[in-house]
Design a protein around this ligand. Structure first.
Ligand code: AMP
Length: 402
């Protein structure tokens, strides 16, 4: 295998690939993307092989042109990663991918690793429904085992009849999971290097609407120091057990003192976008560092607070009084100025508007971000504004302590 790395292959040309590309270029690497879509956020970066992920010739070309490869999402066919791994190292590897492609395998892995998860039950065998309801109670969440993301492939069920009807509509095998009446949600990002060194970022508080992440706040100040440490240790345990190389994210539900893991993303994660401005080293840079064998950068926050809002469904107006002052980062990618100066920064993914689609995100960092600036930012984004408790630490704390 060739190991002097000049070019990094990235499966997936979406916004995560784009931001990985920016980080790779800053570290002096070139990138080659593989994605079958007609148009992709990474297209300004030029080098994209347009072909299905499991196209053997395309994978061959990627292997010929790159010395290492990674992926930006977990639904790449594992056969493609297996094929590519025979030619060049793919980081993280198949183990991380296969564990996280199937919710049942993932939940079993978490329990086996000693990490608490909501009660859940496999619905693959007909007749399992009663046993499942007995374990999870009602209401519950029914989730497809595979290909679920951004709230897709899951629905809440209130009764046995609901559950039975939904099972017939699900596109494949499913699980039933107890509905968690959480106080709030938070995630931990961790990076693991080739030689097993690990660093985690402080937990980030997340607010979802309709299963889609709407906003994130760093750090998650509602957590006690002890709880934050416990979550970071859990995330590191996951990365270690998977022998993961690169960044992974673990999403958690917090209910009082209880911390339950919901999901693992074996890749850079939407809740970590704020690390571009908030942290000493972003998730994107540390992922590229890890997979190319470079030393990891510090993960500590360099501001008191960082906020990220997703722009979903429609684009914000370009020239409204508040958006005019935003710094815009779009397809040319490389922000030429320092991003850490408290100016709202809009990352434009250059995607066509569509209901429920993430089109960009907005971040702001500071020693203190005053409510009025946040309200102006939130109001300038399309769609209903997220409720203040989503981004106000004090509202979250009182909720958690209630
Ligand atoms: P997932 O695709 O599993 O990450 O779920 C997306 C979002 O749906 C989560 O971040 C939660 O807001 C919500 N959700 C998923 N599972 C549950 C559950 N068992 N109880 C309560 N809310 C859930």
């Amino acid at each position: 295998m060739k190991e002097t790395i000049q070019r990094v292959g990235i499966l997936g040309g979406g916004q995560l690939g784009w931001m990985l590309g920016i980080a790779a270029h800053r570290l002096g690497f070139e990138t080659v993307f593989l994605d079958p879509a007609a148009e992709c956020p990474v297209d300004a970066w030029g080098d994209r092989i347009r072909a299905p992920f499991d196209d053997p010739e395309a994978l061959q070309e990627l292997a010929d042109r790159c010395e290492v490869a990674t992926f930006e999402f977990e639904n790449v066919p594992s056969a493609a990663i297996e094929l590519l791994s025979r030619r060049i190292p793919v980081r993280p590897g198949l183990r991380s991918l296969e564990c996280t492609q199937d919710r049942l395998v993932e939940k079993r892995f978490l329990s086996h690793t000693g990490i608490p998860v909501p009660p859940n039950h496999d619905l693959t065998v007909p007749g399992d429904l009663d046993a499942a309801i007995e374990r999870t109670g009602l209401p519950a969440m029914m989730k497809t085992r595979r290909m679920g993301y951004d709230g897709k492939g899951q629905a809440r069920v209130a009764s046995r009849a609901d559950a039975e009807a939904l099972m017939g509509e699900m596109s494949g095998p499913a699980i039933l999971e107890g509905l968690v009446d959480f106080d709030y949600e938070a995630s931990v990002l961790v990076v693991r290097s080739l030689d097993g060194e690990m660093k985690s970022w402080p937990p980030i508080a997340n607010h979802h609407e309709g299963g889609i992440l709407r906003c994130s706040r760093a750090p998650c100040s509602s957590l006690t120091t002890e709880a934050a440490q416990r979550m970071r240790e859990m995330a590191m345990k996951v990365a270690h057990a998977l022998e993961h190389v690169g960044v992974l994210a673990v999403e958690f539900f917090i209910r009082g003192d209880e911390i339950l893991a919901n999901e693992i993303a074996p890749r850079v994660h939407n809740s970590g976008h704020v690390t571009n401005e908030f942290s000493r080293t972003s998730q994107f840079e540390n992922h590229i560092r890890a997979i190319t064998g470079r030393p990891l950068g510090g993960t500590e926050g360099v501001h008191e607070v960082g906020l990220m809002f997703n722009g979903i469904g429609d684009h914000p107006a370009r020239d409204s009084p508040s958006t005019k002052s935003w710094r815009r980062i779009d397809r040319d990618g490389e922000p030429s100025t320092d991003l850490r100066d408290g100016v709202p920064t809009w990352y434009d993914y250059r995607k066509a508007a569509r209901a429920g689609r993430k089109l960009g995100h907005l971040t702001i960092v500071g020693e203190r971000v005053d409510d009025e600036s946040i309200r102006r930012m939130v109001d300038a984004l399309p769609g209903a504004a997220p409720p203040p408790e989503a981004w106000e630490p004090n509202a979250q704390r009182s909720n958690a302590e209630a």
